[in-house]
Design a protein around this ligand. Sequence first.
Ligand code: ARG
Ligand code: ZN
Length: 877
Amino acid sequence: MSDPQPIHLSDYRPPAYLVSRTELTFDLAPGTTRVKARLHLERHPEREAGAPLWLDGEQLSLKAIAIDGQPLEEGEYELTRKGLSITGAPEAFVLDTEVEISPEDNTALSGLYRSGGMFCTQCEAEGFRRITFYPDRPDVMATFSTTVIGDLTREPVLLSNGNPVERGELPDGRHFVTWDDPHPKPAYLFALVAGDLKKVEDRFTTMSGRDVTLQIWVEEENLDKTDHAMGSLKRAMRWDEEAYGREYDLDLFMIVAVNDFNMGAMENKGLNIFNSAAVLTHPNTATDAAFQRVEGIVAHEYFHNWSGNRVTCRDWFQLSLKEGFTVFRDQSFSAEVNSAPVKRIEEVSFFRTAQFAEDAGPTAHPIRPDSYIEIGNFYTLTIYEKGAEVVRMLSNLVGPETFRKGSDLYFSRFDGQAVTIEDFVDCMAEVSGQDLEQFMRWYSQAGTPEIDAFGEYDYANSRYRLILRQRTPATPGQPEKQALHIPIRLGLVGTKSGRDLSMTLDGESLGRDAVIHLREDEQEFIFTDIEEAPVPSLLRGFSAPVKLSFPYSREDLAFLMAHDSDGFNRWDAGQRLTLLALDDLIAAHRNGVEKVMDTRLVEAFRALIEEGNDDKAVLAEMLQLPSEAYIAEQQPLVDVDAIHAARTFIQQSLAQELRDELLALYRDNQSDAAYAPTPEQIGQRALKNVALSYLMSIEDEVAIELAQAQFEADHNMTDVRQALTLLVHSSRSDIADPALKAFGRKWSHDPLVMDQWFSLQVTRPQADALDRARYLMEHPAFSLKNPNKVRALIGAFAGQNRVNFHRLDGEGYRLLADVVIELNRLNPEIAARIITPLTRWQRFDEARQALMRAELERIRGEELSPNVYEIVEKALA
Ligand code: ARG
Ligand code: ZN
């Protein structure tokens, strides 16, 4: 078998044939399902007569094929492992095929598969070709009619896209439902669900008065876990009308929860399919973070109805057209319905940790890649989150009202079409009159731009001179980089007044908070009439996805922490100050010198607690130390143990120095109020739990009692999980083990809670974590076939337990590679994702590099799926 080959954006050609209508019939059975497809085909107007018809098809057993009712002989078509081609077909015709597939054997969870006792589908990106022969590409859009035949008792519920138009009983205890979807769509938006499901129903009236039925379908035992998703859905539907003028376009909108799902959820037209972890919540089983995640994902998938479905992507290189835009939309929604500053802090701290690492690693790619081997590998933080940052920059560049005009133009001009990123940006250029040519480089250039900033106050002339230099490091395949257009939001904070000074640049008054535009490699900005020496507050709100460094002193940072008018930058100043302290401690640890706590940091934290904050969630964020992963991102060479030791030292020092304050903070924020996922309650719980985690870091007897009491009070999962995590992560098995056992027994029936039980054990910093991970892989509740379990156990161990994953005996790496090798056969998409931590070997010392590379080589020795092949080749290149 030859190595998988990349495909290139530059080779794009429209398909030889378009499909106007697709009629499907599924005769469901777990072992052998029959799929009949009738496609109404027509030559693409831009393609030459005689160009052959190509139909993608994988793992299908072809039973019949006919053109305009005339069966094809062998030799009239050519069949390969990838699909089927027909030469000499008419210019317009009807193609009938019949295939057999085996949902039961589908462990890749792409195409039609079984999850528990039900049938479900995942077709994005290229799963439909595992269902039937089809031009499985997003620029082929058809209306669909789907008849699903199932067993009356095993599959009482039969769902597909659009509206149900006919149903009836058949002989032998079978029945059918026919669904019709009037909106033309690419095959990746096809969905089918069949099983013994129960529904919760609600209604929504759209802005034009259309009455929509909303349904959430779940297994019976989960009927009490749908309220929050339903509420989120209705809020999202209203928000999209108000913020974007977009209303829903069918009479029925369905969400289905399934346990086995590769990703978070999928926006299939009218029938969104969700990973149960991304839709089910209950105060007793889901944490605040889970409630917020559900709200965001429900909104995300709903928003795709316009940004993705009505207007879709011409080809998969344009994936960020729908994903970047839709993430931006869901982030804007979540910011509005929650605490906006906290949302931004959370987004950015995640982004700077995980996306920056991706952009600096061997799989770095532009938001619009030039080539790929397996598109399933490109559902990345770069395509999604960096794509959203770029849309956010666009929105800020043209201003919110103009952005809305641009999106209106985009939706109306391209409704029902499959388009490109240029089409989107051109709409923004057209309505704003701005030249966005240089801006487009954000889409084609990989890597995180680095900005070095220097500033100088000229007392004699009351001027402030700011120099900005940008450079983007080389990434694989892109040795040279061009200058980007980088919007930098800033303020100059007067050191005397503590207030933003009004800024004048080139004679133009900018106000006290403004955006300057860096377009060259280096630019100088001279602000005039600056009456007092300022500390610059740069990149406010993270106005561009870049790394910005400025030679701040610790005094400058403490000052910004206290005075910056931008809440985001106040938080960031705290992070920067902590990082400076960490640098010293990491160096001390490496040199074997005694660690000394920076008293300025203690005082800054004390001031934070004393001053308090109306937004408790913001205060909780400000008190949170940067994660080990984020600290690692800042180091030229990652010293896992020194980072862990330094961070633990700061945590323990703060806990000792501020013990009374933290105890008071904990007690002041305890509450017996009935659980609600409101921003106020979430902030309060976050603050209380941050205090508890500091106190537990010194294993203070009072803290242990508080944690045990919080665990036993069993008030809500946020508090229970945090308490249990702190007990389990302590060095005291006498307090950890009983709680862990009690929890595991209580929740053994609930897979989503058991996921949490797995995660919190394998992220324990104690030395036995790896043995536990291996041991838990044998636990009856664990299965490599369930992606949530893999993420909860293996993903959490390799991604969050840095000291143990990077053990110097290489056992952590070996564990991950063992799992990748097994998953490569079972579920290539998950295998190619879970491998990520191994691909980052360049960042570590030589001994670890060698061990990590050896595991990658061991994986390379296997017969690999294209997914894993692509990642491993890039990692070892
Ligand atoms: N379009 C989905 C979303 O972001 C993601 C589906 C990706 N699925 C996959 N198996 N690669 O909402
Ligand atoms: Zn999406």
